[in-house]
Design a protein around this ligand. Structure first.
Ligand code: ZN
Length: 383
């Protein structure tokens, strides 16, 4: 292997690593694709472990933007707060085994550290993005400081803001024109690094081509950094620390700057629910798929006998509020929840019943779903 091939291999490896993002189990990503609509990615489509998975972004253009959203990783209620939420859009939506409720009086010492919410020195909640952690931390503090009576309206209002599709549209409309020039320069940078440099090196020899190629690549790289700084400042005016960290990493490693559009866009929708983002970013079938999953999760909750009574009460209170807010949101999007929950046609011959939660089909006419404890099977309607 020549020196030129070795350098190219290292640059390609660094770039591929930058194409991977850690996706938490409760998160949903929306990645730009060749079509006008965004591709939906959940934890189920990513290799990883119970804490999350690697989201692989297409290393070839269009190179972003990508948005990652997350429902609240907690379940707040007037009487207390469950510090773990089930992954609605991954697996079968089972609540974490360590889900437990704390009283607001025990939240006197909460603090925010990056994307974590800490109670004393212990991280009790991890969000997808630091911005989401700051928003959630502010909500928890406000709930802690008001009476139990006032908490219900605070929680409901905050949840409704997560489903503000118009605000999502405004954010997306701000991102797309803001990153247009940056996007073009990122495409130019990947062409310069991985196509022009190897071809010119082969033609002229590495020694002869090194200096002019390095100068050309650094010129493009400098413009990408400058545009990235401007875009980040426009989209995240108060995140100066995050901006400088990202720019320093990109400055030291040019292949990472190729994903600069991701870097400035990925947490723009951090404060919104995945369904609100899907209503503006996805095709109608993809939006309905996510909405159906959310509605089935709320209408057919899993039995959780191992949880204490206080935690069960909190989960049930929040489920009813979320069901109301999601139903209102879907109605505003002209989607009837009955359509999302309808049985549909069996996909396999001999299927007599189905699970209304996970949609598994069964040859028996009655019983309980083997994957969803406590959920009774429902018969297919014969036509
Ligand atoms: Zn099931």
């Amino acid at each position: 292997m020549t020196d030129g091939q070795a350098i190219l291999g290292v640059l390609a490896l660094l770039y591929i690593m930058e194409c991977m993002r850690w996706l938490r189990p409760t998160s949903v990503a929306f990645a730009a694709s060749w079509s006008a609509r965004y591709r939906v990615v959940t934890r189920d489509g990513c290799p990883g472990n119970r804490h999350g998975g690697f989201l692989f972004l297409n290393p070839l253009p269009p190179l972003g933007p990508v948005f990652v959203t997350q429902p609240w990783p907690i379940l707040p209620a007037p009487t207390g707060m469950c510090l773990a939420a089930p992954p609605v859009f991954a697996g079968n939506g089972t609540s974490p085994a360590d889900a437990a409720t704390v009283a607001y009086s025990a939240l006197a010492s909460i603090s925010i550290d990056g994307n974590q919410i800490k109670l004393g020195d212990r991280a009790v909640v991890t969000c997808q993005h630091p911005g989401a952690a700051r928003d959630l931390g502010a909500l928890i503090r406000s709930l802690r400081d008001v009476s139990e009576v006032d908490r219900a309206s605070l929680i409901t209002d905050a949840l409704r803001r997560m489903f503000d599709a118009n605000a999502v549209g405004e954010h997306v409309d701000l991102v797309v024109p803001s990153v247009r020039t940056l996007h073009g320069m990122c495409v130019l940078q990947i062409i310069a690094l991985f196509i022009v440099c190897p071809l010119v090196s082969i033609r002229l020899g590495v020694n002869a081509a090194l200096l002019p190629l390095a100068a050309a690549v650094m010129a493009v790289h400098s413009v990408v950094l400058l545009l990235c700084y401007r875009c980040h400042k426009r989209l995240h005016p108060h995140a100066r620390g995050d901006r400088m960290t990202k720019l320093i990493v990109m400055a030291l490693c040019p292949p990472m700057a190729i994903r600069a559009v991701d870097a400035v866009s990925i947490d723009v929708l951090a404060s919104f629910h995945p369904l609100a983002a899907a209503s503006r970013l996805c095709s109608d079938p993809d939006f309905r798929t996510l909405a159906g999953r959310q509605m089935r999760h709320l209408r057919y909750p899993l039995a959780a006998p191992e949880q204490d009574a206080a935690t069960q009460a909190v989960i049930e209170w929040f489920r009813e509020v979320e069901l109301q807010v999601v139903s209102e949101f879907l109605e505003s999007q002209h989607i009837r929840t009955e359509e999302l929950l309808a049985a549909g046609e069996p996909t396999e011959a001999g299927s007599e019943s189905y699970c209304p939660r996970c949609r598994s089909e069964y040859v028996v006419t009655q019983g309980e779903c083997s994957s969803c404890p406590g959920i009774a099977l429902e018969p297919f309607t014969k036509t």
